[in-house]
Ligand binder design. Structure first.
Ligand SMILES: [Zn+2]
Length: 158
């Protein structure tokens, strides 16, 4: 038998410790929460992706009365980004959330499993790490890659 641990590097910072580029992306993710349609969960998520061409593409969760038909903010953003700029690489993604009263979620918001899998595809396409910024009202987590959010990911096994 073999046993091992998988360690995930996470930096916990506050907004003021971010560089200007990351701050802009966090601001974009926070603003994107305003375009969420979340009448069922009341959990308004915004995602912002910085692309290699300098563009920032945002998305917000879009719910539906037929629950599985809705889409998370992260996948809304990443599919739109790749559909609009298919040659651009993903550089960084920031994710933020608030409730319907406008209160930002305290703990840094992490993408669901399906979004981690979807984002990993674009990180693989980019051929380089995509930084992940998880925004909370008091603390922000920075992970060096999407792969770090999804240990033992399903991949194209040869
Ligand atoms: Zn998701």
């Amino acid at each position: 038998m073999k046993e091992f641990e998988i360690v995930i590097p996470v930096k916990a910072v506050n907004y003021d410790e971010l560089d200007e580029t990351d701050r802009t992306l966090v601001d974009s993710a926070r603003q994107a929460t305003e375009r969420s349609y979340a009448p069922y969960s009341n959990f308004c998520v915004g995602a912002a992706i910085l692309l290699s061409n300098g563009e920032i593409v945002t998305g917000a969760n879009q719910e539906n009365v037929a629950y599985p038909s809705g889409t998370c903010a992260e996948r809304t953003a990443c599919y739109y980004a790749h559909a609009t700029y298919p040659d651009a690489k993903f550089k960084t993604i920031a994710i933020a959330a608030r409730d319907t009263s406008g209160n930002e979620i305290v703990n840094p918001v992490a993408p669901c499993g399906a979004c981690r899998q979807a984002l990993l595809e674009y990180e693989t396409l980019a051929g380089e790490n995509v930084k992940v910024i998880l925004v909370g009202s008091k603390e922000i987590f920075i992970l060096p890659s999407v792969a770090a959010t999804l240990p033992l990911a399903f991949t194209d096994f040869d």
